[in-house]
Design a protein around this ligand. Structure first.
Ligand code: NAP
Length: 161
């Protein structure tokens, strides 16, 4: 199965000026729990948003870049979607950013979305989810005490056919 995991605002916004728009501790915890032990596929710009610009621990990191000679310690760098799919094995997670979700979109079986109940400034977005996926699980409305933001964990499954 190919999964995607993302946090988006009410306008499908994913990030602004190269960073996430919000940090919700419980969401980061869930992200780690779901992806741990699996391959994670992401773009070179998303790597730059991680602490110290380093790959994620306890996961096989597959980073897309077209930059010749680009290497990252502790990760596999690939230069196309096809190559990423060849090396990722079963049960891989597409974890962003915007350009990567779009290129893998038609191949994603299940999307784990954290919907944050705010319209925040953004310059990257997810495609229209409802066109391709059905909502199959919804959490209760949760609240991040630090930021005051409310959010929900939603699971979307690709529409049949
Ligand atoms: N809300 C969320 O869940 C979430 C998750 C992840 C990221 N984000 C946010 O998303 C933003 C980053 O997204 P982005 O779209 O700007 O960048 P990105 O998708 O993270 O990375 C783009 C880079 O990936 C490489 N790339 C893309 N397609 C490729 C292909 N087919 N083959 C080889 N390399 C390829 C290129 O690297 P080179 O330039 O090296 O060639 C490209 O510049 C940030 O704001 C980040 O915080 C949000």
């Amino acid at each position: 199965m190919l999964y995607a995991i993302a946090a988006a605002d009410t306008e499908n916004g994913l990030g602004f000026q190269g960073q996430l728009q919000f940090h919700i501790r419980e969401d980061l915890r869930r992200f780690a729990a779901l992806t741990r032990g699996h391959a994670v596929i992401y773009g070179r710009k998303t790597l730059e948003t991680f602490p110290g610009g380093k790959p994620l621990k306890d996961r096989e990191n597959i980073i897309l870049s077209r930059t010749p000679g680009y290497e990252v310690e502790g990760a596999t760098v690939v230069s196309s979607v096809k190559e990423a799919l060849r090396v990722c094995g079963d049960d891989a997670f597409v974890i962003g950013g915007g350009s990567i979700y779009r290129q893998f979109w038609s191949l994603i079986d299940v999307l784990y979305l954290t919907r944050v109940h705010i319209a925040a400034p953004h310059d990257v977005t997810l495609p229209d989810i409802n066109k391709d996926f059905v909502l199959t699980e919804t959490s209760e409305i949760l609240k991040d005490e630090k930021s005051g933001l409310t959010y929900q964990f939603l699971t979307y499954t690709r529409k049949a056919g």
